[in-house]
Design a protein around this ligand. Structure first.
Ligand SMILES: [Zn+2]
Ligand SMILES: [Zn+2]
Length: 332
């Protein structure tokens, strides 16, 4: 597997939760949760284009002010996604400051906020230039859990239980489609814009019967099906899948939603605040134990489990949390 994504936890497993995913060779990053951001540099924060918030308990959203301070005045548009009541939470944060001079500046900031409901998404804009008054509010369909679908990746969500709705996320990189230059030469095909079209059609999943006109150096223009060209020229390698699940309870319905979301992930970031012996405490507080995280990871057939968001009472038992999660993951 090759990947253009570089994911990392923003803090150690006892610190506030959050994962940053930087894009290789691009000034861009995605952010999952905004816990304490003091370990992230300003230049890293300035790369963030989209932020996905599981829920607005303080340890997952305290970093919003820090981020706002860094990006304010940079002329950026930041896309924020969160669960029910999220627009009120973001507007409430922004209402905590005074914005009387914003009309004297041109390079400000805009937030495009998306609130996830089970049947639809609500979108709204909050522009600094308008003192963050809500505008352009609209409802759009919410299909297949998809929040963001770009040319190179898709972000999906599942609404999980934490006594309130709490969002889990998966980031799935689309297949990498590469043209083998040697084979192109051997076939005497000319390079040109048609190769871009070819890649685009493969990524879009167009039928193998689709016919393309291929400029040849020896035979003029030839007609070839997409299927033929795939066999002749193309190397398709899978992208990376990363899942992020925090603050949620262990029960059959919820477990199924997590497994569906995280299935086959290359890396599964999963909370595990409590030890196996604290299962009752986990149920009471709507959190997972390390063992439950391991069981879910095993059933979701993920390749790597990365447990984090350990309870502060376990400063001296972090090894045990990791071991319990690993053992359940290995089926012991
Ligand atoms: Zn939490
Ligand atoms: Zn919480």
């Amino acid at each position: 597997m090759r990947s253009n994504f570089l994911p990392k936890l923003i803090n150690d497993p006892l610190g506030d939760p959050g994962v940053m995913v930087e894009f290789l060779c691009q000034q861009r990053a995605l952010q999952f949760d905004l816990g304490d951001l003091s370990s992230i540099t300003n230049s890293e924060l300035l790369k963030i284009s989209h932020i996905f918030i599981s829920h607005t308990h303080i340890d997952h959203f305290i970093g919003f002010d820090h981020l706002l301070r860094v990006i304010f005045g940079r002329g950026k548009t930041i896309h924020l996604y969160g669960p029910e009541n999220f627009i009120t939470n973001v507007a409430g944060k922004l209402a905590g400051f005074t914005w009387n001079l914003v009309d004297r500046y041109s390079e400000l900031v805009t937030f495009e906020v998306t609130e996830v409901h089970s049947s639809h998404l609500v979108k709204v804009k909050l522009k600094a230039i308008d003192r963050f008054k809500q505008s352009d509010k609209r409802e759009i369909p919410f299909e297949n859990g998809i929040l963001l679908d770009e040319e190179k990746f898709t972000v999906r969500t599942a609404i999980l239980e934490h006594r309130i709705p709490c969002l889990g996320f998966s980031l799935e990189e689309k297949n990498h489609v590469n043209i083998c230059k040697d084979k192109l030469k051997k076939k005497h095909y000319q390079s040109g814009p048609w190769l871009k079209e070819l890649k685009k059609y493969i990524c879009a999943g167009k039928s193998d019967e689709y016919i393309l006109e291929v400029p040849s150096m020896v035979k003029g223009t030839q007609k070839k099906t997409l299927g033929q060209l795939k066999l002749e020229l193309v190397l398709i390698s899978p992208g990376q899948k990363i899942s992020y699940v925090v603050d949620t309870v262990y029960n059959e319905a919820n477990k199924k939603r997590i497994i569906d979301l995280a299935r086959g992930s290359d890396i599964f970031y999963c909370e595990s605040p409590f030890l196996a012996e604290e299962e009752a405490r986990g149920q009471e507080r709507f959190h997972l134990t390390a063992r439950q995280a391991g069981i879910i990871a095993r059933q979701a057939e993920v390749k790597k489990l990365n447990v984090f968001h350990f309870s502060g009472r376990h400063t001296l038992r972090t090894e045990q949390l990791i071991q319990e999660a690993d053992e359940a993951f290995m089926g012991k």
